[in-house]
Ligand binder design. Structure first.
Ligand code: PLP
Length: 425
């Protein structure tokens, strides 16, 4: 049996529409090579993970050196140097007073822990999240996920979760236009608190740029308004940087674009350039709300993953990868905007840095989601050696989220494939 046949027989893939028909053998930088030696330009980075590039030499070197010394000890039972070093580094690169980190293994585990900590600190039990949000596949994280397509047949979900309309200007819930709307979607938070909660809200949580929801970018002043309302009601701001962190949007963390200080922040994906690791960080007094017995993770803060993460962050800083993401993303977005003038199936191009979404519509006046066309574009790109993502609440948003080290030449080739794919529709 070959790999695809083994998958069909032994790997449970019934929960995905399909696995892309590529058997990946190896990868370097932003280039992926399949078993037949065919090369692809990777514009999805394993769902926005390998920000410093596939098999980054510095990261691999650090992980290998750590593997020769210690692979596991349980970083909460014994002290472990890479875990301490990474926690110190995270305190210095995350916004504001965020200081103490808890480590887990994947995004959902980080969100689960962050929700628990918010409850523990505030003594309150409710959460408000955004309608098109995605926060993971575990019970609590699905409960605070707004995108209903991810929740079918999984309920009933955790009580006390309520949702605020997403700042999705292209499809505004209130049918208003920014800035004349005066941030109606943010101001609606007052109504949600008043009418949808029982005055026991621990935290409001949001992705600073929604990833799975379709690369939805809130207006520049959105989080300041949200922060003002939260402060008035004594509600924590929990920011989910699982997908948008570690340089993806042209800042180390996407919330830095918005000038607010989160109370708790979650991270995963880009933290260790592909090694499994996640984290949530909080101000000291919030973090210390956990008491003995309240939380743990056997593999959390794994020495190899932490050593990889320390090397990964050093690489992002030393090679100015984050600044590069801002520059390359700006260039790419401009070019895609120009392409929009050529193809009326492109409804909107949006994003920050190298987190770019292209929303396809059947026609621009009705904005009917062009779901089949989006699949066609993805398949055309695959055939031409370009990997892109597909997502959005209507499944009609092409996601361009390459390793941040992608070269200018690769970006130009990717653009040319996208151009031809739109022409083929
Ligand atoms: C914003 C956000 N939060 C949480 C998660 C869940 O992460 P994981 O799949 O590692 O559990 C994701 C995954 O895509 C995500 O994009």
């Amino acid at each position: 049996m070959n790999t695809i046949e083994k998958y069909k027989k032994f790997v449970n893939t019934s929960m995905v529409a399909r696995v892309e028909p590529v058997v990946i053998n190896k990868a370097k930088g932003a280039t992926v090579t399949d078993m037949n030696g065919k090369q692809y330009i990777d514009c999805f980075a394993g769902i926005s993970v390998v920000n410093a590039g596939h098999c980054n030499e510095k990261v691999i070197e650090a992980a290998k050196a750590q593997m020769d010394k210690l692979v596991h000890c349980c970083s909460y039972v014994y002290y472990c140097q890479p875990t301490a070093d990474l926690a110190e580094k995270l305190a210095s690169i995350t916004p504001g007073r965020l200081q103490k980190t808890f480590f887990g293994n994947g995004g959902a585990e980080a969100i689960e822990g962050a929700l628990r900590l918010a409850k523990q600190f505030t003594g309150k039990t409710e959460f408000i999240a955004l309608q098109a949000s995605f926060h993971g596949r575990s019970y609590a994280t699905l409960s605070v996920t707004g995108n209903v397509a991810r929740k079918r047949k999984g309920g009933p979900y955790m009580a006390g979760c309520t949702f605020l309309p997403t700042p999705y200007c292209y499809r505004c819930f209130f049918e208003l236009k920014y800035p004349q709307c005066h941030l109606r979607c943010a101001r609606a938070l007052e109504d949600i608190i008043r009418f949808n909660t029982y005055d026991s809200v621990a935290a409001f949580m949001a992705e600073p740029v929604q990833g799975e929801g379709g690369i939805i970018v809130p207006p520049d002043d959105y989080f300041v308004e949200i922060g003002r309302i939260l402060k008035k009601h004594g509600i924590l701001l929990l920011i989910d940087e699982v997908q948008s962190g570690f340089g993806r949007t042209g800042k180390m963390f996407a919330i830095e674009h918005y000038g607010v200080e989160p109370d708790i922040m979650t991270m995963a994906k880009g933290i260790a350039d592909g090694f499994p690791l996640s984290a949530f960080i909080a101000r000291e007094e919030i973090a210390d709300a956990f008491k003995p017995g309240d939380h743990l993770s056997t593999f959390g803060g794994n020495p190899v993953s932490c050593a990889a993460a320390v090397a990964n962050i050093a690489y992002l800083e030393e090679e100015k990868v984050v600044e590069g993401a801002a520059r390359k993303g700006g260039w790419l977005k401009d070019k895609l905007e120009q392409m929009k003038n050529k193809y009326d199936k492109i409804g909107e191009v949006r994003g920050k840095g190298l987190m770019i979404g292209i929303e396809l519509v059947s026609d621009r006046s009705s904005k009917a989601p062009a779901v089949e066309e989006a699949k066609k574009v993805r398949d055309f790109c695959l055939g031409e050696g370009l990997l892109i993502g597909l997502g959005g609440v209507f499944n009609n948003v092409l996601r361009i989220q390459p390793p941040l080290v992608i070269t200018q030449d690769q970006l130009e080739q990717a653009l040319s494939v996208l151009d031809r794919s739109f022409a083929s529709l």
